[in-house]
Design a binder for this molecule. Structure first.
Ligand code: NCD
Length: 360
């Protein structure tokens, strides 16, 4: 069975199939109206969300299916202390596919180990957000006509911004990608993405201090919000919150065909004066999110019993009772998930669930 927990769960062929189907849904919407009639999507949202949850809901409704679930864990059995694995065991008796958002990193991977139906990760802590990635890829393809060969600038909170982590991973499936990282020191991209994704999978990247110096090179500018809710220290948040702001003057330095993306919600990092610029693609991106989720739900249900579309083979986990994941926001430190690890070719050990580096 195929779950979507991490963007790398999808091969390049599977990614292409989802994007092609999304484009066909856009072109021939009425053809798909009843295609998932009587199928049910459960949305289990343990963390606040408006657009992602509504996007999943409207996607399933447009396919003629039904939606059940909760948008506030306090109103579910979670408030009685139920674990994510038990919740998913129960909900997979009621639904054909589950979309889950959780503030704990690795929660969906852990849940998928016991699920009878496909699990879609709708965001886990600061870790991953693969359906936003599908949205971003479809948007780039529609705005520019291609994904191969682009230079993409990521600006803002590259440390806690899970959409950035997932999109960079997925871009490793494309040819000749150049990534430019624009962030204050406190919000730089985590090492595991630089080392395990960019270095190992051959994405060229550079880090710069200002937007101005790279603006003319970019095909895509991916703006992000500083993730206030993930900061442990309010003073640190106050220091960095206004670091990079996109305005009309900076837009005037960019290519005529550059596309500005943002996963939304925006706070103050893109001034509203940019909204009328034809290169501002972020509201079109929202609608693409619905179409690509329609395609994803369709494909996961189609692939459910097809052995050709299982999860990618993984190496055997390293189990060593003397080692612990020290990430307080990881599922191993919040539920009874085992402390298990994966070792990459460079010998670095990382947590199986949240990718944190493990000190040996
Ligand atoms: C993003 C998220 O939840 O990570 N939003 C979204 O899914 N549309 C980005 C954010 O919250 O800043």
């Amino acid at each position: 069975m195929k779950h979507l927990i991490d963007p790398m769960d999808l091969s390049k062929e599977e990614l292409d199939q989802i994007i092609t189907l999304a484009e066909d849904i856009i072109a021939r919407r009425e053809e798909y109206q009843e295609s998932q009639a009587h199928r049910k999507l459960a949305t289990l949202f343990y963390e606040p969300s408006t657009r992602t949850r509504l996007s999943f809901t409207s996607a399933m409704m447009e396919l003629g299916g039904n939606v059940l679930g909760f948008s506030d864990a306090k109103s579910s059995s979670v408030s009685k202390g139920e674990t994510v694995q038990d919740t998913v065991r129960v909900v997979s008796c009621f639904a054909d596919v589950i979309a889950m958002r959780h503030h704990i990193e690795g929660a969906q991977l852990y849940a998928s180990e016991v699920s009878r139906v496909p699990i879609i990760n709708a965001g886990d802590g600061s870790h991953s957000h693969p359906t936003q990635t599908l949205t971003d890829l479809l948007t780039i393809k529609r705005e520019l006509g291609h994904i191969d060969g682009i230079t993409i600038g990521f600006c803002g909170d590259l440390k806690f911004g899970r959409t950035v982590h997932s999109l960079i991973k997925a871009l490793s499936r494309y040819k000749d990608i150049q990534v430019v990282l624009i962030a204050p020191d406190e919000l730089k991209l985590p090492d595991y993405i630089k080392q395990d994704v960019c270095d190992r999978l051959g994405i060229r990247y550079k880090e710069v201090a200002t937007m101005e110096e790279v603006m003319p090179e970019l095909d895509v500018l991916y703006m992000t919000r500083v993730q206030q809710e993930r900061f442990l220290d309010q003073d640190e948040f106050d220091r960095v919150k206004d670091s990079f702001v996109l305005d009309a003057a900076r837009m005037s330095l960019a290519k005529e065909k550059m596309a500005v993306l943002h996963p939304l919600p925006r706070v103050n990092e893109i001034l509203t004066e940019v909204d009328a610029d034809p290169r501002a693609a972020y509201f079109r991106q929202v609608e693409n999110g619905k179409f690509v989720r329609m395609a994803l739900i369709t494909k996961l249900l189609e692939w459910k019993d097809d052995p050709a579309h299982g999860m990618p083979a993984t190496e055997q986990p390293v189990l060593d009772p003397t080692l612990r994941c020290t990430n307080a926001k990881c599922i191993c430190n919040n539920e009874h998930a085992p402390h298990k690890f994966r070792r990459n070719d460079a010998g670095v050990l990382r947590c199986w669930y949240c990718d944190s580096k493990i000190k040996q």
